[in-house]
Design a binder for this molecule. Structure first.
Ligand SMILES: [Zn+2]
Length: 244
């Protein structure tokens, strides 16, 4: 299972899509803009095994903010939204206020629609992400993808009821492993974040997301079978929230 994948952005996406349907049980395909969602939905189908969701990636907020209204209307018929969120790193700081306005509008709309499941980017801005989520009770369920903040902000996210999607690349960093050790095991699902995420220069594929169980087993001090079983049962629960 892969709960955060930019499948539409792999070279040869159609081939990856077909292979993913054969090799894994579920892929949450998060798009980076409303237009990309519309285009991807024409080429690839949402099936029981592949959920395609509309998003607006914070890294391209300056170029895509004009598509916000399009996203808000697409959201009406989608149970899942992503990738959305905030990026507070130096490169994207110049339009952080714009990012916040976009993310606020999305989260408010989720609450207005009675709740949605969101795949959220929070690099360098997890505190601000949580501020916005907490200001909008009833927004639904947040899945924080590749969480990289501090243990204290992680604690706050856990208290707010967030889920976490973690992937093999996150396990390569000491901070990633430290945070994974502190995550509630019942709220963790696998992700690839491919093709952005790479290991040794090679894209992580959607069917490789489950290999995160190997590292999680070590970190959580349980067997690989137990880790795989946990991830799978968590995944099935999250799929229930996504109404799949
Ligand atoms: Zn992503």
């Amino acid at each position: 299972m892969d709960f955060h994948c930019h499948l539409d952005l792999y070279p040869n996406a159609k081939k990856v899509y077909i292979e993913a349907l054969q090799r894994t049980e579920f892929v949450w395909l998060v798009t980076t803009s409303p237009r990309a969602y519309a285009a991807t939905s024409k080429v690839l189908a949402t099936t029981q095994k592949c959920l395609i969701s509309p998003g607006l990636h914070p890294e391209i907020a300056d170029k895509k903010y004009i598509e916000l209204e399009m996203l808000l209307s697409q959201m009406e018929n989608c149970t899942a939204i992503g990738e959305v969120g905030l990026d507070g790193s130096a490169r994207y700081r110049p339009y952080f206020e714009l990012q916040k306005n976009i993310f606020k509008a999305i989260v408010e709309k989720c609450a207005g629609f009675g709740g949605r499941v969101l795949s959220i980017h929070s690099r360098g801005a997890a505190k601000e992400v949580l501020d916005i989520l907490e200001a909008n009770p009833g927004f639904g369920t947040a899945v924080l993808h590749w969480f990289t903040d501090s243990p204290s902000v992680l604690r706050r996210a856990i208290d707010a009821g967030c889920w976490f999607s973690v992937g093999p690349t996150m396990m390569k960093s000491a901070n990633g492993r430290k945070l994974a050790a502190l995550m509630p095991r019942e709220q963790v699902v696998p992700e690839s974040d491919g093709p952005f995420a790479k290991i040794d220069g090679v894209h992580v594929m959607p069917w490789e997301a489950n290999t995160v169980a190997i590292k999680l087993a070590e970190i959580w001090n349980i067997s690989q079978d137990e880790a795989s079983f946990l991830l799978k049962s968590n995944g099935l629960r999250l799929m229930g929230l996504l109404r799949i």
